[in-house]
Structure formats: structure tokens, C-alpha cells
Design a protein around this ligand. Structure first.
Ligand SMILES: [Zn+2]
Length: 184
């Protein structure tokens, strides 16, 4: 069974910086982070076995049944064993990705945003960027490659005067309560 652990400070600090730099829409959001782990067996070996299509992280709205337990709008969980294998830029990209799933609808209620493109590599090989969402993806990739040649990837200072949204790890008690409920 999976275990839920508090998110380390590095995750929280990185999340705040990403909101400040790239997610102004989440400045007022409250986001809880938590690490998911498969734990260790009796011999102290990790029980984690990587699966095809392994989920690296997931963002969700906090269901109403947790209202009494925690005052957050979104929960982002990260698979700890994956996190530990990623380099710094991959970790940033993963958090940025999950934050892209978090938004607010016209009524200002938290809402989940789906991916803006989805495709198989083999279809792109055979048919190219055959729909608008893929063309956009292609443009973004091209832009990134051009920029990457021009600049070093240094975008790490907080660039804002406003304080980033409320980002925190779930605490021990909240984690325990969550474990006792059905998994999100
Ligand atoms: Zn996603």
C-alpha cells in the first residue's frame, strides 16, 4: 500500500518560485503538496517498481469531504521514488506541469485543466503536426530549441514583488486523516 509523506522544503520552495515566475493565476490559490511512496520491505528495500506509463505526479481538486481536514483548494502529489531520480530542471518541469492543471473557472471555483495536446509519436511520424494543438506544440518546441541555443537556462530568482500563493505540505495529522479515507 502506498504511503503519504510530507513534501520536503525543496518542493515547497520550488513551487513558490514557479508560481512567482510563471503562474500568476495561482498567486491566490492554496495548494497542498504531498509525496507518495511505496515504502520499503522488511529488508529495507524499496517496494517501488516502475511501471510502463508510471504516474510521476498528479494534481487534483481537494474533494469537499476533506474540507474539515484541510484548507486547501488543490492537492498535488508527487511519486517520491520518481522525484528522487529527476534532475533539478526535470523537477521544475514536473511541478510546472502539475500547476498547469490547476485553474479557476468563470465562477472562480477551482477547476482542473486538461492537457492541451495528446498524441502518439508514431502518428506524428506518419502524419506530422496534423491538428492545431499539435502545431502549437511544434511551435513551442521550436521556440524552446531556439531560445536554448541563445541563452543559458537561468531563471531561478523570484522575480516578483507579490507574495506567491499559499503553498505548503500537508502535515502529519492531515496525512494520517487522508490515508484513512479513500485515496484521492
Ligand atoms: Zn498532466
Amino acid at each position: 500500500m502506498s504511503e503519504w509523506n510530507e513534501a520536503p522544503k525543496t518542493v515547497i520552495e520550488m513551487a513558490k518560485r514557479i508560481i512567482a515566475n510563471d503562474h500568476p493565476e495561482l498567486m491566490t490559490a492554496s495548494i497542498a503538496f504531498v509525496m507518495k511512496s511505496e515504502g520499503e520491505d522488511d529488508q529495507g528495500r524499496s517496494r517501488f517498481k516502475i511501471k510502463p506509463h508510471q504516474t510521476w505526479a498528479k494534481a487534483a481538486k481537494i474533494p469537499a469531504k476533506y474540507d474539515a481536514l484541510m484548507d486547501f483548494q488543490f492537492l498535488i502529489w508527487i511519486q517520491e521514488e520518481i522525484w528522487d531520480r529527476l534532475d533539478y530542471h526535470q523537477q521544475e518541469a514536473l511541478i510546472d506541469h502539475e500547476m498547469c492543471h490547476c485553474g479557476f473557472n468563470d465562477n472562480d471555483a477551482p477547476s482542473m485543466i486538461p492537457h492541451d495536446f495528446e498524441e502518439f509519436s508514431c502518428v506524428i511520424e506518419r502524419h506530422g503536426l496534423w491538428r492545431k494543438s499539435l502545431l502549437e506544440m511544434g511551435k513551442a518546441a521550436q521556440q524552446y530549441i531556439q531560445d536554448d541555443l541563445k541563452f543559458d537556462q537561468t531563471k531561478n530568482e523570484i522575480s516578483t514583488s507579490a507574495a506567491p500563493g499559499r503553498v505548503a505540505s500537508l502535515t502529519g495529522g492531515q496525512l494520517k486523516a487522508m490515508t484513512n479515507q479513500t485515496a484521492l
